[in-house]
Design a protein around this ligand. Structure first.
Ligand code: MG
Length: 166
């Protein structure tokens, strides 16, 4: 009845690019280098959702060689992924996402991020978790040259779930 998936993504941070996280533009001197808007958190969440149903990964559904996805808002890709999951008979129970970066501090943006995700995932905000973490100045997140994100998603098969409660 339940399926779980995990996702992971990394992007380089480049000066002059926008830093977009869960659809929120966070003020910073650098942003994600990517074919899309580079929303590293949403990319990890998409991979977690696809992974839960063994449906491949973000690259197989939205190839970075396809000009249709150049500069695209990743929330649009997330919306398409949610539609696919629902077509397969599954509902999202909850998601948990960790964004790893040294700077900037994103604490003040977390609520807006959760609000955005809640709207697109069509689940209440108390089932959407976004956390921020540093890696203690170590490695590529520590020196600010990159950003990464991890996500876990739990799905429930709505047909089996409704039979069990009948
Ligand atoms: Mg990505």
């Amino acid at each position: 009845m339940y399926r779980i998936g995990n996702g992971y993504d990394v992007h380089q941070l480049i000066e002059g690019k926008k830093l977009v996280l869960c659809g929120v533009e966070v003020p910073h001197t650098a942003g994600e280098m990517a074919h899309s808007d580079g929303d590293v958190a949403v990319h990890a969440i998409i991979d977690a959702l696809l992974g839960a149903l063994a449906l491949g990964d973000i690259g197989s559904h939205f190839p970075d060689t396809d000009m249709a996805y150049a500069g695209i808002d990743s929330m649009i890709l997330l919306r398409k992924t949610v539609t696919l999951i629902r077509e397969k008979g599954y509902d999202i129970v909850n998601i948990d996402c960790t964004i790893v970066l040294q700077r900037p501090k994103i604490r003040n943006y977390i609520d807006s991020m959760r609000e955005n995700l809640s709207r697109v995932l069509e689940i209440p905000e108390d089932r959407v978790s976004v956390k921020a973490k540093t890696e203690e100045k170590l490695g590529f997140t520590g020196d600010g040259s990159g950003i990464k994100s991890y996500a876990v998603a739990l799905l429930v098969n709505r047909h089996i779930a409704s039979e069990e409660t009948r």
